[in-house]
Design a protein around this ligand. Structure first.
Ligand SMILES: *[C@@H]1O[C@H](CO)[C@@H](O)[C@H](O)[C@H]1NC(C)=O
Ligand SMILES: *[C@@H]1O[C@H](CO)[C@@H](O)[C@H](O)[C@H]1NC(C)=O
Ligand SMILES: *[C@@H]1O[C@H](CO)[C@@H](O)[C@H](O)[C@H]1NC(C)=O
Ligand SMILES: *[C@@H]1O[C@H](CO)[C@@H](O)[C@H](O)[C@H]1NC(C)=O
Ligand SMILES: *[C@@H]1O[C@H](CO)[C@@H](O)[C@H](O)[C@H]1NC(C)=O
Length: 144
C-alpha cells in the first residue's frame, strides 16, 4: 500500500526530472534554515560504506536515535545520542557539533574523535548525511 503510494507520488517527480548526467551528488549549502531543520529527534534507519571495517561497525548498530538542540552559540549544536551496539546500550548525553559555515560541513567531536559530515538534499523529514572520514565516503539515512 505504502509502496504503491510512493510510486504514485514519485511519478510526477520522475516526469519533470532533469536529464540524467554523470555529475556527482550535490550537497546542501548551509543557511540558518538548514540548521534549524536539523533540530529535534532523529531515528537512524540505515548506513552504507565502501570501507569494510566501517561496514562491520555499522552492522553492530542495532538501533540508534539522536537529537540536536541549539548550542551555546550559532556555530554549535548540542547533540545527544543513544544506540544499541549488539546487546549493549550506549548513551551519550551531550556532545558537540560544530558548524563549519564556509564549507557547509558538520563536525562531531566525541571522545577525541572528529567526524565530519555533509548533507545530501532530501525531504525535510529525512536526514541524509555523507560522512567524509578518511578516503572512504559513507552515507547514513535517518528519519524524523
Ligand atoms: C542567521 O541567524 C543569525 C543569528 O541567529 C543572524 O544573525 C543572521 O542574520 C541570520 N542570517 C540570515 C541569512 O537569516
Ligand atoms: C550545550 O552543552 C553545553 C556543554 O554541555 C552546555 O553547557 C550548554 O548549556 C548546552 N546548551 C544548551 C542551549 O542547552
Ligand atoms: C558485536 O558482535 C560482533 C559479532 O558477534 C563482534 O565481532 C563485535 O566485536 C561486537 N561488538 C561489540 C561492540 O560488542
Ligand atoms: C543522560 O541523561 C539521562 C537523563 O537525563 C540520565 O538518566 C543518564 O544517566 C545520563 N547518562 C549519562 C551517560 O550521563
Ligand atoms: C571543511 O573545512 C575544514 C577545515 O576548515 C576541513 O578540515 C574539511 O575537510 C572541509 N570539508 C570538506 C568537505 O571540504
Amino acid at each position: 500500500m505504502l509502496v504503491t503510494l510512493a510510486l504514485l507520488l514519485g511519478l510526477p517527480l520522475a516526469l519533470t526530472a532533469e536529464p540524467l548526467t554523470c555529475a556527482p551528488l550535490t550537497t546542501v549549502t548551509f543557511d540558518n534554515a538548514t540548521i534549524h531543520g536539523l533540530l529535534g529527534e532523529w531515528i537512524y534507519i540505515a548506513g552504507a560504506s565502501r570501507n569494510p571495517p566501517d561496514l562491520a561497525e555499522l552492522k553492530e548498530v542495532k538501533y540508534a536515535a539522536f537529537s540536536f538542540s541549539p548550542g551555546s552559540h550559532k556555530d554549535e549544536l548540542n547533540a545527544t545520542e543513544i544506540m544499541r551496539l549488539n546487546e549493549t546500550c550506549v548513551e551519550r548525553n551531550t556532545t558537540k557539533i560544530l558548524i563549519l559555515w564556509h564549507n557547509s560541513t558538520l563536525v562531531h567531536v566525541s571522545d577525541q574523535v572528529l567526524s565530519m559530515a555533509e548533507l545530501i538534499p532530501s525531504d525535510k523529514d529525512l536526514l541524509i548525511m555523507k560522512h567524509v572520514n578518511a578516503n572512504f565516503p559513507s552515507l547514513s539515512l535517518s528519519g524524523e
